[in-house]
Ligand binder design. Structure first.
Ligand code: GTP
Ligand code: MG
Length: 201
């Protein structure tokens, strides 16, 4: 017997799909984060780090890193039956930043990943989203061996607006990353509702 939609009583739900960017400096764990939560095999555009790139590709803290993203990462996660996120990981190295404008087209919001050992590397991403009015949350990727700072200290160092959520995470851990993604969706929704209100009043 075929169980069609009439037998089940409920028509299938057409999910809302949202585009979220995962940005931040070189080697903060963007590709790792997309890979940790994606329910499809993530699309990656990794190239080997080379000897020639050594002077510009600073791998301090991530010495095991052998490859780097040259275009983007792409993954998908179903947060709820009716809510699907498409994740676009950006390349971290400055020489590939021309990709960001294209990738941010139509994005609801962004996660800026930060590594407390190289916090300055994510300043540019924070500026980028602030300047374009794209709502973002900061995810502090807690690498082992990196000093743990209270959220408030990191906030001050990044000079974040009080409204920008800051969450501690582990880019390798699915549940932890999911929390960050839920955080960005909630923040972006609230941000847009506020903006609509400002326009209508
Ligand atoms: N210990 C630890 N290692 C991590 C974590 N996240 C990522 N890594 C490692 O750090 C390195 C960098 O991770 P990637 O995911 O390639 O970083 P990325 O931000 O995509 O790097 P680019 O695309 O080159 O800018 C890899 O060797 C990961 O295995 C983490 O939370 N803890
Ligand atoms: Mg990457």
């Amino acid at each position: 017997m075929i169980f069609g939609r009439s037998e089940r009583g409920k028509p299938p739900v057409e999910p809302v799909t949202l585009k979220i960017l995962v940005a931040g400096g070189f080697g903060v764990g963007k590709t790792t984060l997309v890979g940790a939560v994606s329910e499809i095999r993530p699309l990656r555009t990794e190239e080997l780090l080379t000897e020639a790139g050594r002077p510009v590709d600073d791998t301090s803290g991530v010495e095991g890193k052998r490859t780097t993203t040259v275009a983007m990462d792409f993954g998908r996660i179903t947060l709820r039956e009716d809510l699907v996120l498409y994740l676009f990981g950006t390349p971290g190295q400055e020489r590939f930043w021309f990709m960001w404008d294209e990738l941010s087209e139509g994005a609801l919001g962004a996660v800026v990943l930060a590594d407390t050992r190289r916090l300055q590397d994510c300043f540019a991403a924070v500026d980028y989203f602030e300047r374009r009015g794209i709502p973002f949350v900061v995810g502090v990727n807690c690498f082992e061996g990196a000093a743990r700072y209270p959220a408030e200290t990191v906030r001050q160092a990044l000079d974040l607006d009080p409204g920008v959520p800051l969450l501690l995470t582990d880019a390798r851990d699915r549940e932890s990353v999911k929390e960050v993604l839920i955080g960005v969706v909630q923040h972006a929704m609230a941000f847009q509702a506020e903006r609509r209100e400002a326009v209508t009043t």
